[in-house]
Design a protein around this ligand. Structure first.
Ligand code: PA5
Length: 436
């Protein structure tokens, strides 16, 4: 496997070599505290060694369950919010062919994965139920706490639909619950109804759970090679134990803290492949929820290029200088489209004849990189070798490790999310929830 690599050579005009040298021991110290469970939130570091431990024992059951769903269902509805769905969404958008959703019925090799409970829209959920009429479907209800309102409401409606259509026994065959081993309303319901269950480990928080059954089961149902994904994570875990100079996660954590200290409070994660859109959404939750506390943290934002160069480009180039950019680039593509010669050259594009779209995209990336750095925006580059499961597993682990380290460098607990409760309290009071 070729390696993911971080390249900060395009950001060196914005910091001195001595600054990175100074930051290296601080970063290694934070990584050591993370590993040894000495930092805040140390009850939630189970994800650090997860790829080399428990999930391997669970893998056979995940794959068997995925095959069972594939055998009887055209659709799998993943019900969950935040860390309970974003990793799966990121993987599907990265690995599935862009127009796979157009294939229905016999044209599909694997069930289509749809999402519910990711918000509270009445029209979205009504339309989802309508779309499921006449389609064989299963539901994977995912909630670590088992009490989150958005997925709980969606699950109520989907469970009812399954029970009306297939009866209690048939519904039981089509509902899989991924939740806490012992606690929460979903655990109680799953035990009572006899659903197959997968456990979200106690020591792994929602946004760090993509490589557990939370992400792996729905990805396996969709036909993704989840074993290769875990292999990628295992390899990246090894690299993330190396000293600073060879460790991409520590370098990334150090650089984003250097920029933050210089007043670059916004990190814009950018990409030139639309398949990375939801990876960026997953990353935003990971970093936003982990670092944004005690009035600290880098604000994580994202933009998809070249699309957003036509909307956000002006601000990035020339607006307030509080941004640094982390650019995700893919080194090797399996597919490309050549540009043909047209007689008479009516659109003036014949100078590109014989070139390919990926070549033009790469030149757009280079041109943007030059423009943004000249405009005062430091650019860090993350090179992904390709768009495969192995690379994605490595990328997930890389970002998680860097996030844990970076959070400890900031002096916050990277593994809690007390601020998320504020809107819930008000919502429950307004809804008249008993005891709210
Ligand atoms: O990272 C987290 O723990 C949260 O963002 C959760 O993923 C999200 O709130 C969903 O929680 P749950 O899985 O308990 O329904």
């Amino acid at each position: 496997m070729k390696d993911l690599r971080i390249d900060y050579s395009r950001a060196t005009d914005f910091f001195g070599a001595h600054e990175l040298e100074e930051m290296a021991p601080i970063t290694e110290w934070a990584a050591e505290r993370l590993r040894n469970g000495q930092g805040p939130g140390s009850d939630f570091i189970g994800w650090l060694d997860w790829p080399i431990q428990d999930e391997r024992q669970e893998m056979d059951r995940i794959l068997a369950c995925a095959r069972r769903i594939q055998a009887h269902s055209e659709v799998l509805v993943v019900v969950g919010i935040g860390g309970s769905y974003l990793g799966t969404k990121a993987a599907l958008s990265f690995l599935e062919p862009a127009f796979d959703w157009m294939n229905q019925g016999k044209k599909r090799k694997f069930p289509q994965v749809l999402f519910a409970g990711t918000q509270l829209s009445g029209s979205y959920h009504k339309q989802l139920l309508e779309a499921l009429e006449g389609r064989d479907f299963s539901v994977n209800m995912i909630s670590k706490s088992g009490t989150t309102t958005e997925p709980a409401i969606a699950f109520r409606a989907l469970r009812r639909m399954l029970e009306e259509r297939y009866g209690a026994e048939g519904a039981k065959e089509r509902i899989i619950a991924t939740t806490d081993a012992n606690k929460g309303a979903l655990r109680g319901l799953a035990d009572e109804k006899g659903y197959e269950t997968f456990v979200v480990p106690d020591d792994i928080g929602g946004r760090f759970s993509v490589l557990t059954a939370v992400g792996l089961l729905p990805m396996a149902v969709a036909g993704l090679d989840v074993e290769a994904m875990m292999d990628g994570a295992v390899q990246m875990r090894e690299r993330c134990l190396l000293p600073f100079g060879e460790n991409p996660a520590l370098q990334y954590a150090a650089l984003r803290n250097i920029f933050l200290r210089k007043g670059k409070a916004i990190e814009l994660l950018t990409y030139y492949e639309p398949g990375l859109q939801y990876l960026a959404e997953w990353w935003k939750q990971l970093y936003g929820e982990s670092e944004g506390k005690d009035q600290r943290g880098v604000f994580p934002a994202s933009a998809g290029f070249t699309t957003d160069l036509h909307s956000m480009g002006q601000y990035i180039q020339d607006g307030r200088r509080h941004i640094f950019e982390t650019v995700m680039l893919i080194d090797d593509f399996q597919e490309d489209l050549p540009i043909s010669e047209v007689e008479g050259n009516p659109d003036g594009l014949n100078y590109l004849a014989g070139k390919t779209l990926n070549y033009v995209n790469a030149m757009a990336a280079e041109g943007t990189l030059q423009a943004h750095t000249e405009g005062g925006v430091p650019n860090l580059l993350i090179h992904l070798p390709d768009m495969t499961e192995t690379s994605l597993g490595a990328l997930f682990y890389f970002f998680e490790k860097a996030c844990g380290v970076s959070g400890l460098m900031l002096g916050v607990n990277p593994f809690d999310q007390p601020g998320v409760e504020a809107y819930k309290k008000n919502m429950f009071r307004l809804l008249g929830k008993p005891g709210a």
